[in-house]
Structures are given as structure tokens and as C-alpha cells.
Design a protein around this ligand. Sequence first.
Ligand code: ZN
Ligand code: ZN
Length: 270
Amino acid sequence: MECIITRRANFSASHRYWLPEISETENIEKFGTSSRFPGHGHNYVLFVSLIGEINEYGMVQNLSKVKKILHQEVTSQLDNSYLNHTWSEFTQTLPTTENIARVIWNRLIGHLPLVNIQLFEHPELWADYQGKSMEAHLTVSTHFSAAHRLAHPHLTDAENYEIYGKCARPHGHGHNYHLEVTVKGEIDPRIGTIVDLEALHKVIDDHVIQLFDHTFLNKDIPYFAEVIPTTENMTIHIRDLLKLPIQELGAHLYKVKLIESPNNYSEAYS
Ligand SMILES: [Zn+2]
Ligand SMILES: [Zn+2]
């Protein structure tokens, strides 16, 4: 019986986005404040997922052994280090979140039956890598607040209460929505990114956040005059709004996840 297990590990490290072959002005233009000397740091959180048959001891892998390997091969080397100079791979390709995930995979694959490497640079930015050459996924998490009312226009108030419950109350109610946008792309062999992160944030901000934040969705967003703004319909609409602009950045929208409350969320793949 095959099963996937995941082990977490942490390390704190610094890095700098700086290419010696271009000028200071070009570095600043390309990387902004991330190019500043002598670098800046993150508290990275690593999730290593392993696949395998469950053995006679009820385990896919002995986690004490996994912990030891992660310490030996990754965290003892990277913790409190300056990444650019720590592993030679980072001289070739800058230590971006997606590239660190890729290099960690390459360093661990000889020791463990990996199925996914997930690396958080901070709680609102993480990468996933699954051993597919230069392909990686990058997720950014953001939020907006909006009000809505769930009611079908062709039904009576009584019928709407029957279907949507309290969500059909006439004057609406609000949520603090959390939005996770995952893009898929090829890691640039020199810069280490799959997409210009600042440009991605701007696309999400311009096409979703600025439109949705602090609105009454049913009244302020023309699309939701016709379509009931359930989490599902909002997820699909956000996916459709983001697909093309993300493509124009040279990446592919992979998934949109909209978390309406701690009790429910909706996901759509592109
Ligand atoms: Zn950084
Ligand atoms: Zn609601």
C-alpha cells in the first residue's frame, strides 16, 4: 500500500539577488531592494514529501532517519548561511525560493524517495518542486475584504433562505477572503525565477484586489450582477481574470484557491 508522508524542517539564511555580469543600475532595475548589499534574510520552512510502500513497522520511512538526512544534507549546511556562497549551484543560478527548492530536491533525491519539495520563504510565498527538470510552481498568498449576498434572482426570499440560509439575508454580509495564486513555469537558468515576482503581485493587485477589495460584490462588480458570488463562482472568475495577464508574464496560471473563512475554501485549476 503506497502512502505519502511529509517532514518539516527549518533554516534561516540570507541571500542577495545580484548578477556580477551586469551593472549596478541594471541590478537595481531588475531586482529592486533585493539587490542591496550585503543581502537580506528569511526564516525558511521546508516540507519534504516522500512516497513509498508502508513497511512491516507501519512506516513509509523511519522519520528519525529522515530527520537525520535533512539535517546532514540540508539544514546543517544552509542554516545561518549566505546562500549565494554556500552551495555552488547558487553561483550558477540565483537562490530564489523556486531554485532553492529545486537544488534541495537534487541534493536529497539520492537519499530519499521524494515526491514533492515545498519551501516557504515566508507565510505568503512558497515554491513547490517535483523533480521535473527546471519546472516549478510558485504560490503567492494575498487577501481582500468584500461583502456579498447569496440569492438566486428567480427565487422568492423564502426559497432563497431555504437554499442559502443566513447568506440570503437581504443586506448582505462580509468576509476577509484569502487568495492563493499558483503559477507554473520554467526556472530561468541564471536568475532562478519562473516569473517576475513583482510583476506577478502587480497583476494580482490590478486584476483582482483593486477590483474586489472593499466592495459589495453583487452591486459593485458587473459580473456578479448576473452570477451569484459564491466562493466557487468567485474562484472561477478570478482564474479567468488572471489567466491571460499571467501568460503575458511568461508563466502559466496553475491554480486559484479562495479561502472564504476558516471553514471553507474553493480551488480551480487553469
Ligand atoms: Zn529574499
Ligand atoms: Zn458569505
